[in-house]
Design a protein around this ligand. Structure first.
Ligand SMILES: [Zn+2]
Length: 170
């Protein structure tokens, strides 16, 4: 069955959207269609050729080379994962989302002088993105990172300049 209109309502999870944004990937019709394809089958892997056939069946007129590049870019930014099978054919599937890893990521600052710890909640988002890049680098080496413990050490405001702390702490 061929759908003349390839526009399908795809709700893209926030984490995938942020990965696309970090990678500077525009959400074109082709990108949305490819994401829809993989979101519809979270467990199944697709080869280049199978993805092309599935998209064509959905009515998307996409160039083979364009699709190959798009799959590679989606794998590069961690939205898809890529594995070779026994026949040494690349198979693409949706990369696992790490939503429950996020709370771990909030970095903290520890003063080496007074040993107080300050959570850096404002830095969570950039840290999450940096963490994602670290995991990606690990994945390319075949390692599976699960958690990042990030602490910045230094001297806190009141130790740098004793008496300058704006608010007394309990
Ligand atoms: Zn201090």
């Amino acid at each position: 069955m061929v759908h003349p209109n390839p526009k399908v309502a795809v709700s893209v999870p926030a984490e995938i959207q942020s990965r696309l944004e970090v990678a500077g990937l525009r959400r074109t019709l082709a990108t949305r269609a490819v994401l829809g394809l993989f979101l519809a089958r979270p467990n199944g892997g697709l080869t280049h050729a199978q993805a092309l056939a599935a998209l064509t069946a959905r009515g998307l007129n996409i160039n083979r080379v364009t699709l190959y590049r798009l799959l590679d870019r989606l794998a590069g930014c961690g939205v898809l994962q890529r594995q070779t099978d026994d026949q040494r054919t690349w198979r693409f599937s949706l990369a696992p989302l790490s939503t429950d890893a996020s709370p771990d990521v909030a970095p903290r600052f520890e003063c080496d002088a007074c040993h107080r710890q300050f959570p850096l909640l404002d830095a969570s988002e950039p840290t999450r993105i940096a963490t994602h890049h670290l995991f990606q680098a690990l994945a390319q080496m075949g390692h599976a990172g699960t958690r990042v413990d990030l602490a910045v050490h230094g001297t806190c405001a009141s130790c740098v300049e004793p008496g300058a702390a704006q608010e007394p702490r309990a």
